[in-house]
Design a protein around this ligand. Sequence first.
Ligand SMILES: Cc1ncc(COP(=O)(O)O)c(C=O)c1O
Length: 383
Amino acid sequence: MGFTTKQVHAGVSPDPVTGSILTPVYQTTTFVQDSVDEYLSKGFSYSRSGNPTVRALENKLAILEGGADCTCYATGMAAIQAVLQACLNAGDHAIVSDVAYGGTYRLCTKVFQRFGVEFTFADTSKPDEVRAALRPNTRLVLTETPANPTLKLTDIEAISAITRERGIPHAVDNTFLTPYYQRPLELGANISIHSTTKYFDGHNATVGGAVIVDSNELDSQIRFVQNAGGVIMSPWVAWLTMQGTKTLSIRIERQSANAQAIAEFLESHPKVAQVRYPGLESFPQHELARRQASGFGAMMWFEVKGGVAAGKKLMDSVELCTLAENLGSVETLITHPVTMTHADVDEAERKRVGIIDGLVRLSVGLEDAEDLIDDLRRALDRI
Ligand SMILES: Cc1ncc(COP(=O)(O)O)c(C=O)c1O
């Protein structure tokens, strides 16, 4: 079956008791057992260890990513934390994309380093740099592609070939493209991570995360850590995320078409210094974007001539685009990463990886493209 059929039907069936077409919200802590000998015969005991509503979402996401299983979390950061906790011990080393969501950088440098884990932030768009960063104690490679906010791409197949040679997992943060456009496990990676806050929910309603893995063994390791630490997704969030997921492909297709139109408009505008969108032929890794994904997504960035002051003026002048941090929702959101999403990344590190001060990030929504372009045109006129 095609992706869109699966996103509607996979992992769910009508409630056997009532016929409810939607999986109910099992808002309960505990599950009554039939007898001591039949403990867990219905699969559930206590909601920290597993909940039927959350499980239905996990089953759906595992199928959409082509994985063996999935665990869902309170946030995308909790999902990344679970992967790090499951794969790394004190004294181990991990290689992480040098451009990634600022929260990932913060988690590695300000939390896991305190527990004796070593990190190398490498340019994972260059497989040789990843190979060179490998140490005898390297136990994980974590990449984010496209990366937030520069959109730098990592060749998933090339990095997975290196990690497979070494017998260590390659985890990919697949938040920006979703399995509709990019399926890391099919390209050789072992773990696909999502902030479901973004495209799966799609409506700015919830925060959540997911980890999809290629083996039951890896799933057990991660599920153990999750149950031990308790960073679970709530049944309500799972239920809402489930409803969002059913329209994922339709939304991201339309949002990506809008993004392509906006990127072309911005690229031809005299007040715009540069535009980065994987769907533009001018995008430095346009060929890789075509090869490893079936669509270009709805994230882009641009720089206005006149630097930071002009960029700020634009962000304060838009009326339809909304100044806010999230991404992937039906509303078009405009963000200044240096002061917002990536404020915790050291200035020198930001500069080194290309998060320039004038970078304006756009998460393109579901509005009519003409209205968004008119809004941006008017804002540019005011500069
Ligand atoms: C690529 C990426 N990964 C992970 C996260 C963290 O997700 P959450 O905010 O749901 O914790 C974000 C948040 O913006 C993100 O953009």
